[in-house]
Design a binder for this molecule. Sequence first.
Ligand code: APR
Length: 230
Amino acid sequence: MTNLVILTGAGISAESGISTFRDDGGLWAKHRIEDVATPEGFARDPELVVNFYNERRAQAASVAPNTAHKALANLEAQHQGDLLLVTQNVDDLHERGGNPHVLHMHGALNSALCASCDHRWPAPMRMLVADSCPNCSAPMARPDIVWFGEMPYQMDRIERALSKADIFVAIGTSGNVYPAAGFVEMASHYGAHTIELNLEPSAVVSQFDETRFGKASETVPQWVSEILNK
Ligand code: APR
């Protein structure tokens, strides 16, 4: 039984029409990270931040999963052995593509969080700064997104899976942001075979045993059919 850990980034959603962060014209070319993706930015101007995620939530709802998402759903449905799908993405295209168990290490657009009592609930399409928590009633609702300087979610679970992985695959991520960019090193340390499926070499490409360059809509279905027909 082959245990798989798959890490995805913005590149897997690019062909669905969701812009990545660091490609030309990406999100960080249009918005300052410190304004929209840090706790300090939220404290300084909560309206700007809530609306930034309202726009991204609406955009994600307006696009569809692509063949790469669907290939990973097919893999999870058919694969014998453990499979953990970890995504840095906050869209729900993996779920809508058919993967029932997705670990959103950077949070999710469809989730809201109470900054006071840590309660989570399904986010409305448009969040308002004045939204109050349905659990403690504090007017402290925020997007359930892991901002820079905050700890990604479920790191213990991810590290346990990496320690048991036979294959680690990174798809559509530039390898610029840790701890996700460090997963390949951890997987290799535990003896996993590591594969990068990306449009171009990532910042950590040299740490992978195998790299395949191309669009996710081509490389992911190809890799999935190989792994299922082994
Ligand atoms: N197919 C495959 N890869 C693609 C495609 C595609 N069609 N289009 C773009 N890519 C690749 C790019 O070459 C790039 O390496 O996807 C990667 C996207 O990199 P980033 O924009 O940096 O996105 P990501 O790696 O997911 O960013 C990680 O940074 O800003 C934070 O929290 C944010 O989760 C995000 C994290």
